[in-house]
Each structure stands twice: as structure tokens, then as C-alpha cells.
Design a protein around this ligand. Sequence first.
Ligand code: SAM
Length: 253
Amino acid sequence: THFGFKTVPSSMKETLVRNVFSSVASRYDLMNDAMSMGIHRLWKDHLLRSMAPAPNTRLLDVAGGTGDVAQRFLEYQDKHHGGGASSVHMVDINPEMLAEGERRFAGSTWEREGRIAFSVGNAESLEFVDDCSVDYYTIAFGIRNCTHPERVVQEAHRVLKPGGRFMCLEFSRVENPVLATLYDMHSFHVIPRLGEVLAGDRASYEYLVESIRRFPPQDEFAQIIRDAGFTTIGRGYENLTFGTVAIHSGYKF
Ligand code: SAM
């Protein structure tokens, strides 16, 4: 595509992504902790702090996986706004990942109150979500796996209400050269090895490292978000942990 992704045929990319997450669904949470040394929890906490969602709002959490962002949103609402009518709709392309999410919320008060819903679907075409119907849209560690990230952002723009906010947490670029070298060692040696030892699947984790490298750097992705019609504040993103990950954000006005 014109965003500098390598030309992996779309169908092949989708098969690869499906296999990666099917093979890891049940070990997914363990792998996240192992690969990020637990730091992914802090990144997700930070996402919610910087969202600071208003009471009685609706979140669409796309590529929601096992529900880390959904849970933090509902906890935030309970803690700061006494729960109220806030709700989350989780979407994921992989039924096994989504099933892990459903298991997590089974029997919770949120489930009983009808404040959490699940749909299997592709971030690039959310035809089951109405135009201008959600207050917040999140996608955490999901967009780099999508074939057409620009379509994902356009869909986010369609489903958000005017005044609504798009937020994306994703691996990004470490700019400091010394830290970048250390990070490369972690990516090319530690992560594939952890994949091999903990999940018995080295190839999938090599693919994950590749996908991080192919995703556009901070400023380029911020431009994709503006091109979809979003207004960004300042440069449109915040780096966390030296740019290992970034939170991109845009408002629909
Ligand atoms: N957001 C969760 C988190 O932060 O823990 C899960 C992140 S996981 C690394 C990526 C998720 O994206 C997987 O559950 C995968 O099935 C999903 N995914 C990949 N491509 C997708 C697509 N095109 N549409 C929707 N979900 C997708």
C-alpha cells in the first residue's frame, strides 16, 4: 500500500493473523506479561487515565481480545462515576480471543446489567455498528495486524458521535539510538525465544516482531488519523516507555 507496508497479499496476511491469535488465545495473557515484563498493564492503565471517560458513555473496543481495555473502562466508570449506564461493546475478528473475553466477564455485575456486549467482526467493516453511535473508540495492539489501517480509522470516524474520541494504543518507534539497540535485541532474540518456550510457536512471534516494524512511525500514523477526518491536539500522540508504544488520539468534530 502507499503507507509503506510490505506487499504481503491481503489474504495471506489475514490467514497469518488468524493463526497467530488462535494459537495463542489461551496463553495470550501470560505471553503479554512475559514479553512486556508486565508493562502492558501500565500502558493500558495510562490509556484509561488519559481517556478519563465521562459518565454514562459508550465505548467501542475494537480488537478487544481478552478484554483488558474493556475491563479498565468499566472499572474506571464504577470508581469515578458510580457505574451508571456506561457500557462497552467489544469487537474482535477472532472468536477464540473473544470467547476468552466473554469468560472473563461471565457472572460479573457488568454482564448482569447488560453493560458489556461482544461481536465477532473485522475492524475494517463494522457494518453492525451504527453511524455516530459511540462516545469512545479504542483499539489496543490491534491495528498493526489489520490489512488496511486507513480503513480501520475511517470506520472509527464513521461510528463515533460528533465530539467522540478515537484512541489507539500500539507499538511504535524508539528514537533514542542506544535504547533502540537494546529494544532490537529484545525484539529479535528474547521475544521469539519466549514464543518458542512458552507457546511452542517461534514463527508466530517472529511475525509479531515483523508487524511492529512494518507499522508506520508516530508522525506518519498521526497523519493517517487526520486524513480520515479527525482533529488531533498537538502532534496527535503521546509516547510511552521511550516510544516503545504510543497512544494516538483524535476527536471527531
Ligand atoms: N486489545 C487487546 C489487548 O490490548 O490486550 C488485544 C490485543 S491482541 C495483540 C490483537 C487482537 O486483534 C487479537 O485479539 C486479534 O484477534 C485482533 N484482530 C486482528 N485483526 C483484526 C481485525 N482486522 N479486526 C478485528 N480484530 C482484529
